[in-house]
Design a protein around this ligand. Structure first.
Ligand code: TYC
Length: 129
């Protein structure tokens, strides 16, 4: 109870400075001096950089194979996959999705491995947004 004399010393303890609590806060009370140190670390969240994963057109990869790739690795419906394939076919390049670095890198590797396994020259790349 603040303001009450200590039973042995007769001293009235100095009020304890507020203790920081919760995330990022630490409170420490030094009971010899009745002082407290408050530290507070700021919670800083950084949004991750995003990367587009792109397919490149070529003259040899079958259209149906590209549609399958877009469905399988980018979780698109058959209709959306067909539209993306046609966009790449007509424009030379097209976006299949936007991901954080490691996810984008994984998609590129999966597509390139799958194309190579089926002996198609399909190219997949990523670029920072
Ligand atoms: N141009 C290819 C063809 O006519 C089809 C194709 C589409 C290839 C998209 C690659 O990323 C691609 N068979």
């Amino acid at each position: 109870m603040p303001g009450t004399a200590h039973a042995v010393t007769g001293r009235v303890p100095a009020p304890t400075t507020a203790m920081a609590t919760g995330p990022g806060g630490t409170g420490g009370n030094d009971d010899r001096s009745n002082t407290a140190i408050i530290t507070r670390t700021r919670t800083r969240t950084k949004r991750p950089s995003l990367y587009r994963v792109l397919l490149l057109n070529d003259d040899y990869t079958p259209m149906e194979f590209v549609v399958l790739v877009v469905e399988r690795f980018f979780n698109k419906s058959h209709e959306d996959a067909y539209q993306i394939m046609m966009h790449v076919h007509q424009n030379g390049v097209g976006e299949c999705g936007v991901f954080t670095y490691e996810v984008a890198e994984t998609k590129v590797t999966q597509v390139m491995d799958f194309a190579r396994k089926h002996q198609h020259p399909l190219q997949c790349v990523m670029e920072k947004k």
